[in-house]
Write a protein of this length. Sequence first.
Length: 307
Amino acid sequence: MADYILETKAVSKDYKQTLALDKVDLKLEKGKIYGFIGQNGAGKTTFIRLVTGLSFPSDGELFLWGKSGEKDLQAQRKRIGALIESPALYGNMTAAQNLEVQRIQRGIPDKSVINDMLKLVGLADTGRKKVRNFSLGMKQRLGIALALLNKPEFLILDEPINGLDPAGIVEIRNLLKTLNKEYGMTILISSHILSELYNTATNFIFIDHGRIIEELTHEELNEKCKQYVEVKTPTPDKAILVLSEELKTDNYQLMPDKTIRLFEYLDDLETVATALAKAQILVTGLYVTGETLENYFLEKIGGKADA
């Protein structure tokens, strides 16, 4: 149990007869970046609030570094940094002044942590510039600096790139990868921008209607979302014979809609087209495609919108 940063056992949360979390079992290992994926209202923020002590489970057990019980959990939460939704910032203060207020309120004795965090998040040169004049990306980086003030081992971020422009998103992505690789920080990121999670996370957790529906690594996701040649033809059975006998492959799949997914020849469509044409098979579609994280997620939850 102590090998895990976070472990939950059958954790549930009720809000006025609404089940926000339903018997959630999770284990988060040290040194990984977890992408927490779900629709609005799926339970992501509720789960994060339970972990950070802003709310309490209706049922089940929660462990941090192998410790449970409210007293021990509160002690372990000192090792966590969190940014939940938008950071609370003082617009008439500088970045350093915002960090100083938080440092004092949280009883952190080391004043040098302010300059360290500003440098880490790329805000060391903001000087006397007021936070109200910061870009949205700068404000988000300052919010992350606030979460990092206690030099946490476990960083939890709820929608950290919401509303950012592409440049701001890249800034946050690079920062999180640095925190993970250079400082060994374990990170849990909740976001609805799935393409960005794909570029950042090492592991993925899918949640829907308060239940964990799948957990997988980046490598496993790549396998499920891998590229393939899609072959469309009115005679798929004949096309499959050509793939087997002429192209000597069995690395294909006949889908329910009768299209064929060929997982070889991605860089040699001409050979596939020639073999099918030689067998006088009419081809109405032949192109390289593949699942995206967005499509995979929608398939997992039954094709609903607003992922």
